[in-house]
Design a binder for this molecule. Structure first.
Ligand code: PEP
Length: 258
């Protein structure tokens, strides 16, 4: 079973190979190897290889891709397949990140195909779900995230669902400086966990569910302490090795109290 809390960094379209190497060296120097946590860094594809070299020897630091295409190979210019991401050192992949859904128009159906492709290649999908501000204000949070959850996971076998991760990332909280309160995160995580049990046929409800959306060094500990929050997915604050090391330290402190 994956050690939790899980601390996942999404670098988005930042940090090329040289910067990735320098970041990981600086982070690793500040953050001693942890047994009770899982650290996942998702660099841009072009930096995966350099990041793989940089993390070698650190069993607690894993790599993820930020996106994949659902076909394994072929004439799909500009895309990265799951086997290619795997070959470049990724063990995880973000699927359905809000920027994929809302900037690039990725549909629920496409997230489902990507999760299937990821699992087929031995990549662990981190399925991202989250409501927009308008959906939240209309009282539709649960309906939206459960729809996204089902669409993303329904093509997987129960064992593959059990091996996946989910990230609840309210769209209005990503990169905005607004975070869900720990109580709000817990409420939505509870609904997601119950639904994962449904998708799985109640075989295993223990899929890690991460929270993401303007997490920083000041709010990480409170969010990690919220019931049902198994980890964090962090964008902006993961781009600085000092603040990322501090968020990972909050995760290690949380692990020590479990
Ligand atoms: C993200 O990119 O998944 C994210 C949560 O970004 P930020 O932490 O910057 O809101």
């Amino acid at each position: 079973m994956i050690a939790r809390p899980v601390l996942a960094a999404n670098w988005k379209m930042n940090l090329g190979p040289h910067e990735a190497r320098a970041f990981i060296a600086a982070f690793a120097a500040r953050s001693p190897e942890q047994r009770g946590t899982t650290v996942i860094i998702c660099p841009p594809d072009v930096s995966l290889d350099a990041a793989r070299d940089a993390v070698s020897g650190r069993a607690d630091i894993h790599l993820g891709a930020q996106n994949i295409f659902w076909e394994d190979k072929g004439a799909y210019t500009g895309e990265t397949s799951a086997p290619l991401a795997r070959a470049t050192g990724a063990e995880f992949v973000l699927v359905g990140h809000s920027e994929r859904r809302h900037v690039f128009g990725e549909t629920d159906e496409e997230t489902g195909r990507k999760c299937v492709a990821a699992a087929r290649a031995g990549l662990t999908p981190i399925l991202c779900v989250g409501e927009t501000l308008a959906e939240r204000e209309a009282g539709e949070t649960e309906r939206v995230v459960l729809r996204q959850l089902h669409a993303g996971l329904r093509g997987l076998t129960p064992a593959q669902v059990a091996g996946s991760l989910v990230a609840y990332e309210p769209v209005w909280a990503i990169g905005t400086g607004r975070t869900a309160t720990p109580d709000d995160a817990s409420t939505t995580h509870r609904a997601l966990r119950a639904a994962v049990g449904g998708v799985l046929g109640a075989a295993d409800r223990d899929v890690p569910i991460l929270y993401g959306g303007s997490v920083n060094t000041a709010n990480a500990a409170a969010l990690l302490a919220a019931p049902g929050v198994d980890g964090l997915l962090v964008g902006g604050a993961s781009l600085d090795p000092v603040s990322w090391a501090s968020i990972v330290a909050a995760g290690a402190a949380r692990a020590a109290h479990r």
